[in-house]
Design a protein around this ligand. Sequence first.
Ligand code: HEC
Length: 154
Amino acid sequence: MKRLTKNKYVPLIKILLLLTVFIYSCIDKTEKKETPIYEEAVLNETDKKEPIKKLSAGAKLFIQCAACHNLKKGEPNKVGPNLNGIFGRKAGSYEGFIYSDALKVSNIVWDENHIRNWLEKPSDYIPGTTMAFIGIANKEQQDALIKYLKEETK
Ligand code: HEC
């Protein structure tokens, strides 16, 4: 009698074990579904046409300027003025933008040298400027950004 009742439960226990294994494997799969592509999404916002790997060094550096500056003709001013045609342009002269007095009276005509010094640390080069940007100390990065600006602001 005793043996018979024991045997009755064996298949039930087997099924329970199988169910437990099955449920565990399901949980594992759902947890592995995360694929973060956050960085790519952020960069694509700035330059929708080109995928992340194709951006030049200068284009990547400009991402930090893009919050405040447009580059192309006819595009609106942002927090900072549109930089179209910046090389050869008199500082503080872009139409429709309200500049600081410091920049307006600076008497600078932007060339490579002025832009380099400006990028190095704007608040040191033209004290009183309202451009809130810490600066880029690395010379190679300055080179890359200047090259990019030359091409993109034509
Ligand atoms: C937080 C916003 C902000 C960021 C970021 C910023 N700028 Fe500016 N930029 C300004 C403002 C505001 C001015 C006008 C400054 C003034 O009137 O004193 C300006 C002015 C300039 C000018 C002079 C324009 C003119 O018409 O004389 C240049 C060149 C320039 N920025 C380049 C850059 C570059 C390159 C970067 C990225 C490395 C950058 N800026 C990042 C806000 C910004």
